[in-house]
Design a protein around this ligand. Structure first.
Ligand SMILES: Nc1nc2c(ncn2[C@@H]2O[C@H](COP(=O)(O)OP(=O)(O)O)[C@@H](O)[C@H]2O)c(=O)[nH]1
Ligand SMILES: [Mg+2]
Length: 391
């Protein structure tokens, strides 16, 4: 095949063409780099609308249309708690609630601010409701001896007992023990899940926990159990025994006394479910047994003459008035409330639920937790490797 020949004139033209092309390419690159790096313009810049707001595409989860339980989240909080509450809500929404879109009731002893309502409602996928606690439920009952209550606070402060000198903490414990479920906003519900500021869920929950509770005849669910500070509940057990003596009919046949007492009821072993997390039946607290129990405790005055917490009060009631198989340990959620972590120690459970926690920080099987006892007294199978996390 004949070689194509290029004459000297054509060569010069070719060089010129080549140089022009290189120049054009260089200009193109410079122009484009300038438009990204230099001016910072990007192709998909948000559009500024005439009202001064950016137009954004809102990604919404499809509305959940399956059957839902009559259930709600419930959070007692101050306006000041807003920004420590937000990550807790976000975690619960991301791990669970965006799939089912349950309502969320917020309760406060003061009116919630617009900021609190605006920001929390932007995070919750269900309907949010904001309730004010009636003054008479957030104050001293009239028969409380103020001097005696003040003396307790002084002494507990001297003894460095946590929240020992706080009046509002006592109102909170009394309200969470016996009053929150009576709030008008709670009346339409049968189930609740309590959420507090600063908590976190570590694992994905892909099923409807409220449906699980109903279908499996569970009435009270917990993640962490622990021992109470004895100094805060010195007379709680004696007051409880008095009540049971008066009302033996309220004891469940297959109750779980062996979880809360190591000597068949002579004394309380301080074990309780940590109530900053609760998934439970509202009917449990609305029952004649619990209503009478709370009234008995309230009359005794221990919320103010000592510092009875809602956790031991609820736990003792659940252990005595429920059958043991109505109490459930949520073992695969992962949960954190400062300073304790519940993190599934079984690799299969942790990885399949996409948990983002460190099993070496798990509290569940440690000596100060009562969950090992819960498994033992109920004949439940502990997860493999639990002993590696017991020290
Ligand atoms: N509205 C209101 N909520 C409170 C008050 N004190 C505590 N709480 C709420 O009650 C719950 C328990 O209080 P927290 O400070 O977390 O107690 P801790 O978990 O025992 O250390 C949280 O949901 C708080 O937001 C109060 O004075 N007013
Ligand atoms: Mg808390």
């Amino acid at each position: 095949m004949a070689e194509a020949k290029i004459s000297p004139g054509k060569k010069r033209f070719g060089k010129l063409l080549g140089l022009t092309l290189v120049g054009l390419v260089t200009l193109f690159i410079v122009f484009n780099v300038g438009s990204f790096g230099g001016s910072g313009r990007i192709n998909s810049a948000p559009i500024l609308e005439s009202n001064g707001r950016y137009k954004v595409d809102q990604l919404k989860y499809p509305k959940y249309t399956g059957r839902k339980e009559k259930a709600t989240f419930v959070t007692l909080a101050r306006n000041d708690d807003l920004y420590s509450l937000l990550p807790a809500i976000k975690s619960v929404e991301d791990r669970f609630n965006h799939k089912f879109q349950y309502d969320w009731v917020f309760l406060n002893d003061e009116e919630f601010t617009d900021e609190f309502k605006r920001v929390t409602s932007s995070l919750v996928s269900g309907t949010t409701k904001y309730g004010l606690i009636p003054k008479e439920q957030w104050s001293f009952p009239p028969d409380i001896d103020q001097q005696r209550a003040a003396e307790t606070r002084r002494q507990m402060k001297a003894d460095k007992i946590i929240y020992g000198d706080s009046i509002s903490y006592r109102f909170m414990c009394r309200y969470e023990s016996g009053l929150f479920y009576r709030h008008p906003l709670m009346q339409e519900y049968e189930w609740y899940w309590r959420v507090e500021p600063d908590v976190k869920l570590y694992c994905d929950i892909d099923y409807d926990v409220f449906k699980f509770m109903r279908e499996n005849n569970k009435k009270y669910g917990f993640t962490i159990s622990i021992k109470e500070y004895e100094a805060t509940i010195k007379s709680l057990w004696a007051t409880t025994k008095q009540f049971i003596d008066q009302h033996p009919e309220y004891l469940a046949k297959n109750n779980m006394l062996d979880f809360i007492s190591d000597d068949e009821g002579s004394s309380y072993n301080l074990c309780h479910f940590w109530s900053n997390f609760e998934i439970a039946s509202l009917d449990l607290w609305r029952s004649p047994a619990y209503s009478a129990y709370f009234e008995h405790l309230d009359k005794a005055g221990g919320f103010f003459y000592e510092r009875w917490g809602d956790a031991p009060v609820h736990s003792i009631a659940a252990a005595l008035f429920l059958n043991r198989d109505e109490i459930h340990h949520f073992d695969s959620m992962g949960y954190f409330h400062p300073p304790f972590h519940a993190c599934p120690v079984d690799d299969d459970v942790r990885l399949s639920h996409k948990c983002d926690c460190n099993p070496n920080q798990d509290f569940t099987w440690k000596g100060y937790s009562c969950t090992t006892k819960f498994y033992t007294v109920n004949g439940l199978t502990k997860p493999k490797n639990w002993q590696l996390h017991a020290e």
